[in-house]
Write a protein that binds this ligand. Structure first.
Ligand SMILES: [Zn+2]
Length: 317
């Protein structure tokens, strides 16, 4: 064997061996990953996100999967949805527990894990008036068999703070959060912030880049953004927040669900009258930044965590 060939053969062997060792070591690490008691994790989340003033109302619409719900969730619709795990090795985060999301997690061959969701139900405006669909029963049974619990923070994650839906959306658009607004079930779900972008058109471009698809602009006001002040409410909230935005003399509003329909007609007319531009980027795409940020939270407390992508409902805009 010529020395050069020998070297090549040797390096091929070394690469193969290194891969083998890595695989072996990885497996070993995987097996010895320090687990966290699920109760300890739920206590962490409760302490860091939930206040006594907060309330929510999901459970009353979730009777079709009532047998999978935890007693605590049936009472207050916050926190632990499905009490399936006693120990947790990994946390998956997602905006909605859609079939696609749940299947991706099951395909990961994992057990003793947690799915963290912003909503315990699945948004689909195309199915109005049933805009929230319930989780799939077969997939829930598989989650139970694999000991994968489901935990949700809706109002608590909308509340103004480091991981909040509107703050993380604002930051993704280069907007500096300045002041919270829009009281919502004991939280403050909106944020006024400052942007360097001069016009609504340019903000639209920036918004599109951040979410990775078209966004809507209802051009009811001036193109110039007055003093760079904008209002941000991730997800829904057009009907509930537009008056407060007008009272604060803010003329640019960034949100998720902006479609003009029977439900939002009055809010659109109000915005037009008060010359407020509305930018809409869908429910999913405007709330995913908070769920991505939550991975950092879980890693900080010692658990591996991944965000699970889902499909956007473009009809939201
Ligand atoms: Zn939402």
């Amino acid at each position: 064997m010529e020395p050069r060939h020998f070297t090549r053969h040797y390096s091929a062997f070394r690469n193969w061996w290194w891969k083998y060792v890595n695989k072996f070591v990885f497996k070993k690490q995987h097996r010895t990953t320090p687990k966290m008691k699920s109760i300890k994790l739920y206590q962490h989340l409760e302490k860091d996100f939930v206040t006594p003033e907060m309330s929510d109302e999901w459970a009353e619409y979730m009777a079709s999967i009532g047998d999978f719900l935890s007693e605590n969730f049936k009472k207050r619709s916050i926190g632990l949805v499905c009490d399936f795990a006693t120990e947790i090795n990994k946390v998956y985060t997602a905006v909605f527990p859609s079939k696609e999301v749940m299947q991706i997690i099951l395909d990961d061959e994992i057990q003793d894990a947690m799915l963290f969701v912003h909503h315990p139900s699945i948004w689909d405006i195309r199915k109005a008036p049933e805009v929230f669909q319930q989780m799939d029963r077969d997939l829930l049974q598989q989650f139970k068999n694999r000991r994968i619990s489901i935990y949700n923070l809706h109002v608590p994650l909308d509340n103004f703070g480091e991981y909040s839906t509107s703050v993380t959306l604002a930051r993704a658009l280069g907007i500096k959060p300045e002041k919270s607004f829009a009281p919502y079930f004991g939280s403050m779900c909106g944020v006024f912030g400052k942007t360097d972008v001069a016009t609504a058109q340019d903000l639209r471009k920036k918004f599109q880049k951040a979410v990775g698809h078209e966004v809507s602009l209802y051009n009811y006001g001036d193109n110039e953004i007055e003093e760079g002040i904008v209002a941000v409410v991730a997800g829904g909230g057009l009907n509930e927040t537009i008056e407060e935005i007008a009272q604060n003399n803010v003329q640019t509003f960034i949100t998720g669900i902006s479609a003009k329909n029977d439900h939002s007609k009055k809010a659109h007319e109000f915005a037009e009258k008060h010359r407020i531009n509305i930018l809409g980027g869908t429910h999913y795409s405007t709330e995913k930044f908070a769920c991505m940020a939550m991975c950092k939270y879980f890693k900080k407390i010692g658990l591996p965590s991944d965000f699970t992508e889902d499909k956007t409902v473009m009809e939201d805009m």
